[in-house]
Write a protein that binds this ligand. Structure first.
Ligand code: WT7
Length: 667
């Protein structure tokens, strides 16, 4: 039985003036704000949300979520201690909020449009069907021993059963840990172990860009080193059989035996909803923890107000569910709002570079949300791939994950959006749970400047810090981007490592949430993200720590040590560049070794992390205390040798000259 039969069986500096939604009063825009004193514009509403955060968030939480019991405390937070609690005393179930309440009012409304790899083969799943899938799966998980508080790992491409798996966990009070299906067996294994999962959910094979990937086989390899895993649930994305063992469960067949009704667990607001691993500046990925009510509320309201979503719209977020963007804007935000959301299984260029826009036409997508890297790629193929298709359904265009350069922004705005749709460049992170800085919701005709995330969302108070940890109060300033007060969607901790959470986010600038990004605040007070301040690089919108890649390169027996840096790349935003020092006795052909190292990184982490280039060097530039000077290496790679910066701490300046010369010779 395949997923398909399963579904059918049961179940300029730019100013934007023309937006067509003029003259909308604040209360009509956000009904909850009707009782707020002195609020008559959206900027006043932002002001109110920051200075009266209890009143603001309490009103939204009561209006936007369905509670089993009401909360008694809006928030109880102390950022300096890493203590963040919202809506305590309240009980609710996230799956009820995303499904049951919509089934009551509109059971036949389409919840999911599964845009499968092959264009034109989409599958629609109604709210009634999705609830039924979720309940059957919830019952199956319970039968197989999953209890409230356990964590289930999900290793699946975007598909209805992946969403049902996430919601089934939420229904029975288990946490989920979705691992991007592009990660290697080693990365998956590490995340399963760290999350202490006893159940893994996967598909037999993945299908992307016309190619098959062996996901079940990867899980088999991964779980060899996960003694706690009792069962692997396997659903059939393709007809091709895979080897099954005693441990494996034919998920779709077993679901059919389960009851289609599943009692939702009553969860405390601060119980864990999910964890999601992301890279930091040190080697080990960290499992950021998000909880129930605050996360869901924040995902729902940002989805509604940043994109101008309204009932009946079709929301097209093309991010994979393995990233936070997929969690908040392909799953939780749209479903909490009772919307129709697209699950995109394919790539921007399959079967050709018109894929996104053909899909927009066919599915009548109203909001399209994607990554700058894809926009840059498509721009190079030319306008004809866009113009072939009717994009009149589009109302808002969004980008996320990395800075968008002006050329890509202009193309997105003019060619894709026909100068009709606002482009919202949204800044946020796995840690923030939802969008924190974006052009909307401001007054509908307020300006948007290309490449700028612009304005803080309701409840968000950004600040910039100077190098001494002092808040920069004036405009036209650059600094470390921090957020001055807690908001409901922020991560609560790192799984099993609250100390690391406090160190990384709460103690760099005590009392502020430190984002790790740098930002510029323009003279008009708008924000522009300038990039990471730590050793994290951003490849095609995917985050990876340089230390993680170095760990793998150093595992190669020929390598003595290595240094990895990011460098600016036309399409990917940043590319990965590795410097490797070989052990003295090694006589290897550099081309062969280079390929070996690249393959090793793909195999151990994921394809996107694999270096574009490897330069073999005699020595690495280090400070007198022995720290590798990655900052200098990056400048060399980018050809900026006149701007190497402060070199007063370098141990041996001759090393830098050596590397520059060998770089110029080879690259
Ligand atoms: C990092 C977070 C948020 C979902 C996807 C990535 C960078 C994110 C933007 C933007 C410039 C951005 C930041 C941030 N980033 N959005 N609009 N402009 N940079 O989530 O994997 O947690 O990565 O992505 O550097 O810290 P993530």
């Amino acid at each position: 039985m395949s997923l398909i039969s399963f579904g059918s069986r049961v179940f300029r500096s730019y100013y934007l003036h023309v937006l067509g939604r003029r003259g909308c009063s604040t209360a009509a825009f956000m009904p909850e704000s009707a009782g707020f004193d002195g609020v008559s514009s959206r900027s006043a509403l932002h002001e109110f949300s920051v200075s009266n955060s209890e009143t603001f968030w309490a009103a939204l939480a009561r209006h936007r979520l369905s509670w089993m019991s009401p909360f008694h405390t809006v928030h109880d937070c102390d950022l300096s201690r890493g203590r963040i609690r919202w809506f305590e005393g309240g009980k609710l179930n996230v799956s009820v909020n995303c499904l049951d309440r919509h089934v009551q009012t509109c059971p036949e409304k389409v919840a999911l449009i599964w845009e499968k790899d092959e264009p034109g083969s989409e599958v629609k799943v109604t709210y009634r069907q999705l609830l039924e899938m979720t309940c059957r799966l919830g019952n199956l998980l319970r039968r197989r021993g999953v209890k409230k508080g356990d964590c289930v790992t999900i290793y699946m491409p975007p598909c209805p059963l992946a969403v049902a798996s996430m919601l089934a966990c939420a229904r029975i009070g288990a946490a989920h840990n979705v691992v991007f299906a592009g990660f290697s067996a080693d990365s998956l294994s590490e995340r399963i172990r760290d999350a202490q999962s006893s159940i893994v959910i996967t598909v037999n094979q993945g299908v992307r860009g016309g190619k098959l990937t062996q996901l079940k086989k990867t899980v088999d390899t991964a779980v060899q080193s996960c003694p706690n895993v009792r069962h692997v649930f396997v659903s059939m994305r393709t007809e091709n059989p895979v080897a099954m063992t005693e441990r494996d469960v034919d998920m779709e067949e077993e679901m059919l035996k389960e009851d289609a009704v599943c009692e939702p667990a009553a969860m405390d607001s601060e119980d864990v909803l999910f964890m999601l691993y992301t890279s930091g500046s040190t080697g080990k990925p960290k499992g950021l923890v998000h909880t129930q009510a605050g996360y869901l509320l924040y995902a729902a309201v940002t989805h509604r107000y940043v994109f101008g979503y309204s009932d009946g719209d079709v929301f097209g977020c093309v991010a994979d569910i393995g990233w936070i963007t997929g969690h908040s804007y392909a799953v939780y935000g749209p479903l909490a709002n009772g919307g129709t959301t697209v699950l995109f299984e394919s790539t921007p260029i399959y079967p050709d570079p018109g894929r996104y826009w053909e899909m927009v036409q066919r599915l009548k997508i109203n909001q399209f949300y994607g990554a700058p890297t894809a926009i840059r790629l498509l721009l190079k193929y030319g306008d004809q791939w866009v113009q072939k298709y009717d994009r009149s359904s589009l109302k808002t265009l969004g980008t996320v994950g990395e800075p968008i350069n002006t050329e890509a922004w202009q193309w997105y705005y003019s060619v894709v959006g026909g100068e009709r749709c606002p482009v919202v460049d949204t800044w946020w992170q796995t840690e923030t749970g939802g969008i924190c800085i974006a052009p909307r919701p401001s007054e509908p005709d307020a300006e948007i400047i290309p490449g700028m995330a612009m304005r803080p969302f309701f409840g968000i108070k950004p600040v910039l810090m100077d190098s001494k940890g002092k808040v920069l109060t004036s405009n036209d300033a650059n600094g470390a981007l921090c957020i001055a007060q807690p908001w409901p969607g922020m991560a609560r901790t790192i799984h099993n490592d609250h100390e690391r959470f406090k160190d990384t986010y709460c103690q760099q600038y005590p009392g502020y949430f430190s984002t790790g990004d740098g930002a510029h605040r323009s003279k008009d007070g708008y924000y522009q993200i300038t990039g990471r301040l730590d050793d994290v690089i951003n490849v095609s919108g995917h985050r990876i720590g340089t230390a993680e890649i170095e760990d793998v390169v150093n595992q190669c027996p020929e390598v003595a040590e290595s240094a990895v840096v990011g460098y600016s790349h036309d399409i990917k935003g940043e590319g990965v560049y590795a410097f490797a020092v070989l052990k003295k006795s090694v006589e290897a052909e550099e081309g062969v070794l280079s390929k070996q190292l690249k393959d090793l990184v793909s195999q151990k982490i994921a394809k996107y992390a694999s270096p574009d280039c490897i330069q073999f060097v005699e020595r690495l530039p280090k400070t007198r205390s022995g720290k590798i000077m990655r900052r200098v290496l990056r400048k060399i790679v980018e050809g900026d040798t006149s701007g190497l910066g402060d070199l007063s701490t370098v141990d041996d300046p001759a090393v830098i000259q050596e590397i520059i010369q060998s770089h110029d010779k080879h690259f």
